[in-house]
Design a protein around this ligand. Structure first.
Ligand code: DAH
Length: 355
């Protein structure tokens, strides 16, 4: 067989090379590409041939070696891939690949923290519907019939099924104070059955208002309502509970101040500010130079509300407060744009778990 023929024959063989595992791969390398392999052998013989033959055979011989090397690389990769998939398939004891877990939403974290703080002084959680009626959201909470909060501007009314827009008393609750009326009505029932006791609940949940969406307002947000009803509850009890909350939530050095305010369902009513923790009360851009930032509304439950729920206001009294979860989260995490809370961008959401 001439050198030329042997090059052609080996080229055909190299094209057909196959290896199922590492050992077969090594055997091929030795057979063709090692120092004593068949291709090296051809190169040895090539050195002895005439100039003319060299000119004719040089290229096919080089191509043969390149092809063999390239084919070996391909086979090596294929063998490695098979080996890897075999491990994945067969080893049932192998630790699973780590899963990319999400992070807890900042609003959930803040809500849980509020609940945790108040649960340490005896508060439990109560729930109520988001689609409510006028009576529970406004009427029983002492809102006058013409109160502006009832206006279409603020409240989303729910259309009846026939789709005809007509006055309806079904709406999306505008605050979680609506849960108060349900809890108090249940409590009154228990009292009528001769039971005794008190109410100490938190009502966390989503609320809706007909507002244009911007950095500072949204058509839905979250609140936590607090309600404490017992005999002889005083405004001092309210102040003490809120001072405890502020220190737990924002740090031991936090101070509070209560400013007189108005809510239909509490009398007297107040708004609570906490000392600005950025400037330590000196006044800065964040607290608009006042040294204080507003965080919640509160007050003593109006006797009219107690009576509307069937509780004797001469025997029972109580306090209530309501706070925005987004507001607290903004203060804790300095999130300037409310919309971030509902856009669910994981790059935003992943930042809070360890705060
Ligand atoms: N419901 C009020 C609001 O949405 C917040 C509030 C203020 C709740 C005073 C209360 C309270 O319980 O006593 O703006």
């Amino acid at each position: 067989m001439t050198l030329n023929e042997r090059i052609a024959e080996l080229t055909a063989k190299v094209e057909e090379m196959k290896a199922a595992n590492q050992e077969e791969l090594e055997a091929l390398r030795i057979k063709y590409l090692s120092k004593k392999g068949e291709i090296s052998e051809l190169f040895n013989e090539f050195r002895a041939v005439s100039k003319e033959e060299k000119a004719a055979l040089g290229q096919p011989l080089n191509r043969l070696r390149q092809m063999a090397e390239q084919r070996m690389t391909e086979l090596k990769e294929a063998v490695a891939a098979v080996a890897e998939s075999a491990v994945v398939r067969d080893d049932l004891t192998r630790t699973p690949d780590p899963m990319a877990l999400g992070a807890r939403h900042p609003l959930s974290l803040v809500r849980e923290q509020i609940i945790d703080i108040f649960s340490r002084i005896g508060f439990t959680v109560a729930d109520g519907p988001e689609v409510e009626d006028d009576k529970h959201v406004f009427g029983m909470l002492n809102f006058a019939p013409e109160h502006p909060a009832r206006d279409m501007q603020d409240t989303f009314f729910v259309e009846k099924e026939d789709g005809v827009q007509k006055p309806t008393d079904i709406l999306l609750r505008t605050h979680t104070s609506s849960v108060q009326t349900r809890v108090m009505t249940e409590f009154a029932k228990r009292l009528r059955n001769g039971e005794d006791g008190a109410i100490r609940v938190l009502c966390p949940g989503r609320v809706y208002r007909n507002e244009a969406i911007s950095a500072r307002a949204h058509c839905f947000f979250h609140q936590v309502e607090g309600l404490y009803i017992d005999k002889n509850v005083s405004f001092a009890d309210l102040r003490q509970a809120l001072l405890y909350f502020a220190k737990e939530m924002f740090g031991e050095g936090t101070d509070i101040r209560l400013r007189p305010s108005y809510f239909p369902f509490t009398e007297p009513s107040a708004e609570m500010d906490i000392s600005c923790d950025i400037c330590g009360g000196k006044g800065c851009a964040f607290c608009k130079g006042t040294g204080w930032v507003e965080i919640l509304g509160c007050g003593m439950v109006d006797p009219n509300v107690l009576e509307a729920c069937g509780i004797d206001s001469k025997v029972y009294s109580g306090y209530a407060f309501g706070m925005g979860v987004e507001r607290i989260a903004n203060l804790k995490y300095r999130v300037k744009d409310l919309r971030l809370f509902s856009e669910n961008d994981v790059r935003f959401l992943r930042q809070f778990e360890s705060c």
